[in-house]
Design a protein around this ligand. Sequence first.
Ligand SMILES: [Zn+2]
Length: 432
Amino acid sequence: MPEKVVRIASPYQFAFFVAVPFFLFGAPFSLKLDSCLIAQELPGEGGRPEVVLTDAARILHESVLLIDGHNDLPWEFRERGTPSFDTLDISKPALELNTDIERLRRGGVKAQFWSVYVPVSTRLNGEALLQTLEQIDFVHAMVKRYPDTFSFCRSTSEIELAIKEGKIASMIGVEGGHSIENSLTVLEKLYDLGARYMTLTHSATLDWADASTDEGKHGGLTEFGEQVVVRMNELGMLVDLSHVSDETMRDALRVTKAPVIFSHSSARAICDHPRNVPDDILPIVKANRGVIMVNFYSGFVVPEAGERNRLLQTETTAWKQAGDNESVVKSKTTAWRKTHPLARGSIHDVVDHIDHLVKMIGVDHVGIGSDFDGVDSLPHQLEDVSKYPLITQELLNRGYTEASIQKIMGENVMRVFREAEAVAKKLSTQQK
Ligand SMILES: [Zn+2]
């Protein structure tokens, strides 16, 4: 997550969830009115034509190793009170979510990093680790519940095997260093439970790392923060630099011995938001052999939306400085959003980010990190997990070769994961 404030509904979802209950029950339903606000802003975003899927793109997409860096389905379930898979069965169409099995298959998803995000506020009541463990349990339970669809994977060789067996390789990403509660031992335990990346921070600056959307306290990473990165290298856990401040990016890139990922971040030159990667960091990512997995959230991809989010950030900081607590800030944010709706943008905006990164540092350092089920607004033609083939189509339309598309869709992040495993192996041999 959660870059979330209000939830968006597609026109179809709108018809289903609003019109149908009204027709059946004739009474107001617990409708999220915010949805209407954004849903009205629909297509033609940017005035660019819709992307139309051709057979050539469909066939190519079936062959790509699509690995998405960030999906928040576990958090979406938690927000709904963690219903059982009996009441919210993702083997059936679950149109209130961005993700279900049938749409994952249509989207050609071969492997997914499932985020086990818990809010940074959990560090204040001592529940960060506990709730993270519950989210990890959720992913394991999901794989167990749908064994014909998912296969839990701890390594690149397990990912390859899962894909060969026709399963969706399922990995865990921990979103935010608050989950380790300032302990390297906890970090190791999370690795043992299957976590294969950790985003160093979420939205708040920690005792050991500055976040991109909070005041910096350390000028990047503290000494302990550097130890966290080194320990992750030794374990073979990917260092994820989404959400961290520019200084933390620089420090982590200086310290790490393995290539890093940005599991769900886009290009700041296109959409000027601190969650995106600035141009001056890009050559360092290239030198590190890392990969930036482009986020689909409207607020990070549409240029005007970035501006609006920065405005909100200024307001939020002022509310906090005036002494508003977390729940007051949350309700003020919701009210602010209603009067300042986000522009959704379209698939073209997302591909603009891919294009920019490729032009800056080449095709070997770009990937896909949707943020599905963690955001409240998604671009036209990228509303859910079934839509990835349209990215392949638009890349073909823009003249990308099949080999380049294969890399962007997943080969790049597989290479990074493989290299991180090799670094871990090398470091453990050196220690012996
Ligand atoms: Zn996030």
